[in-house]
Design a protein around this ligand. Structure first.
Ligand code: PGA
Length: 248
């Protein structure tokens, strides 16, 4: 795992967008797994702008949504579906067959998980996975205590996730379970970027990079990924013991 520090959210986002662009340019039929949330917003916007400006050949690329709140409908602004479609899938004008997201309204959520696992396998695995980090160290909805070898699964949400998650919703929303790509998929992905910005992430980023690998802080699994990169801004890096060189 590498750690890269950028002066601010803008330069960090531009670097993430460039990696997305390069991945698809080098492999047009790449499989890209994307998180929703506040952190990936600017990276996704910059990627869309660059892909459209430079006419990136994107019609063979497969996009996968990392996770979803169970029982939150796609038209709800706080859903991951809403974020991904509005921020990236619709502006890129993708075909429906290129997009795979969990239907968290489905009656049979285990079948949703099996379908997602099959999609990933059928398409030759995830080439690039871009994830954020929760205040409790979660990745997607891989909450503290999760098994590292899980594929897609449904999970009871951690108290912190339920509280912090309210920030995405226009009104107070009942959140209890999540459906998510598992950490075995992350370990199998050819490249993983964990991105974080802002002072509020400084403490969990320090733990993720400097503490022992443990499922109590799921993001520590990044330490064991041979092609994993933690990309953060100066504020999120402010509690790290070691001094890192700034990228830009
Ligand atoms: P955020 O979410 O990007 O909105 O901070 C991160 C996460 O919980 O994964």
């Amino acid at each position: 795992m590498q750690t890269k520090i950028y002066t601010n959210y803008e330069t960090l986002s531009a670097a993430v967008a460039q990696i997305m662009f390069d991945t698809i340019q080098q492999k047009p039929n790449a499989v890209i797994c994307l998180a929703s949330g506040h952190t990936p917003l600017l990276p996704c916007q910059l990627f869309v702008q660059k892909a459209n400006d430079e006419h990136l050949h994107i019609s063979e690329t497969t996009f996968i949504g990392l996770d979803e709140w169970v029982a939150v409908p796609p038209e709800n602004e706080g859903s991951c579906h809403y974020f991904l479609y509005n921020t990236i899938f619709n502006p890129l004008i993708l075909q429906a067959g290129q997009i795979h997201v969990f239907n968290s309204m489905a009656e049979d959520l285990n079948a949703e998980c099996e379908t997602m696992d099959a999609v990933i396998e059928h398409n030759g695995g995830i080439d690039l996975m871009i994830v954020g980090i929760g205040m409790n160290g979660h990745i997607g909805f891989n909450e503290p205590g999760v098994a590292f070898n899980n594929l897609s699964h449904v999970i009871e949400l951690d108290k912190t996730t339920i509280e912090v998650g309210q920030k995405y919703f226009p009104a107070a929303t009942t959140l209890s379970r999540g459906i998510t790509i598992g950490l075995q998929h992350l370990m199998n992905a050819k490249q993983v970027l964990l991105i974080a910005n802002g002072e509020k992430k400084a403490s969990i980023i320090k733990k993720t990079i400097e503490e022992e690998v443990s499922n109590q802080i799921p993001a520590t699994i990044m330490q064991t990924h041979s092609n994993g990169m933690i990309m953060i801004d100066a504020a999120a890096a402010s509690q790290l013991s070691k001094n890192y060189l700034y990228e830009v």
